[in-house]
Design a protein around this ligand. Sequence first.
Ligand SMILES: C[S@@+](CC[C@H](N)C(=O)[O-])C[C@H]1O[C@@H](n2cnc3c(N)ncnc32)[C@H](O)[C@@H]1O
Length: 474
Amino acid sequence: MNTNALYYGDNLVWLRDHQYFPGESVDLIYLDPPFNSKADYNVLFNEPGKGDKSQAQIQAFDDTWDWSSEASEIALNELAKKRPSIAEFISYLSKQGKLQESMAAYLSMMAVRLIELHRVLKSSGSLYLHCDPTASHYLKLLMDAVFGARNFQNEIVWCFKTGGATERRFGRKHNIIFFYTKTTNYKFNPQKEKSYMMHEYGFKKSHFQQDEKGQYAWVIAKDWWEIPAVGSATKERLGYPTQKPEPLLEKITKASSNEGDVVLDPFCGCGTTIAVAERLKRRWIGIDVTWLAIDLVEKRIKATYGAKITSNYEVHGKPYDIASAQALANKSKKEFEIWAISLVGAHPREHDGGVDGIFGFVEKDKKTRTIIVQVKGGDVLNPGMVRDLIGTVKKEGAAIGLLITLIEPSGGMKSLAIHSETYKSELWAKEYPSIQIRTVAELLEGKTFDLPPTQSPFKNAQLAKEKAQQSHAF
Ligand SMILES: C[S@@+](CC[C@H](N)C(=O)[O-])C[C@H]1O[C@@H](n2cnc3c(N)ncnc32)[C@H](O)[C@@H]1O
């Protein structure tokens, strides 16, 4: 594994491909899977021209697990063959009522993946499993079964202040991170932190230093970490739900890897592990099952490290020709739409009033105007679709409407688009066709839409850049 890489698709499928993920090839794994929270998680985007006031959203992933699903059955059958004791435990749990059924489904999903992660980890490697008290007690049993109880190193408690609370119990303000190693002969760089002690017992005078908070000594970092969560005012925030703070990943990465080592995040989300690994000169691999996440990781690292970073990594599983685009459209209409939208740099909107994607541009009179995008991934097109786009552009008050099609549009559709005169009085729009059509094949060949300079929907690009220039002190 010499290159950095992002993999688009189910991590189980990728991890089982030994060509890409040979045994004993990774130094550090951090995983932050869904927690079995039974919630949907949405990504928030700012709508062009509306600032922070109006936020569009689209579902990033859902975290509900169904015991009666085919996936649970397949996973359990596999476990019954490979790890009968784990299968027995999960089956037992599934018989303890409705709540435990969904836990059993979640654990079978996790068990098959943890087995693969254990395989790809080097004998000197470490795995950090991020979870919360919803499932941490069961996950520790699972980790003991897969990694061996003697390879358990820490239960790290990440303490934060954000999030809601209820008067029915104490505020739930921590997550759990299990630190396991593959063997007892593992790599670890002890991390130090300041300890502001009230007494001087156990220290020599020369150990003490002074800062604005008082007298302190450097001590071995403890297993509970107070690191602020990513909140609405955090600079590095990208709007991705469950985004983890970079200082958390820095601590893990520095402790359990060295420069040049390979760091894998199989549930990479918006790429916190990747951004930190790049900064700390590790090689990195991220996997995510949604294009939304992979696209966001790419935007994040390009905004942080510059466009030249593209030559330093590969993206696997991304459609690169019409056949693979067709395959994606057959597999998931939503994923196809999100991918197609990303080809033009727009951001997706939950199919809302006929708008699949949206971005903006600044008019010559300094007003921000909207461009809306519709995607047609089917194999039937008709002129009514262009009329529908014209209607949506008017209804939304947008300046330009773009139609992306998987197959070639008819002559009738093209002529309708050419002759549409949606907003001829607008300044920029006078110069650009207000309704335009491109096929996926054209976009893949590099043909673009005819547009004024558009606004990046990646609102935190600049902020992410600033962040990269800061160093985090603990
Ligand atoms: C809790 S989020 C990770 C957030 C991440 N740590 C960050 O800082 O942005 C979990 C991610 O796992 C992804 N995911 C869920 N199931 C997956 C699977 N089977 N294979 C790959 N990724 C998956 C989701 O799309 C989501 O982005």
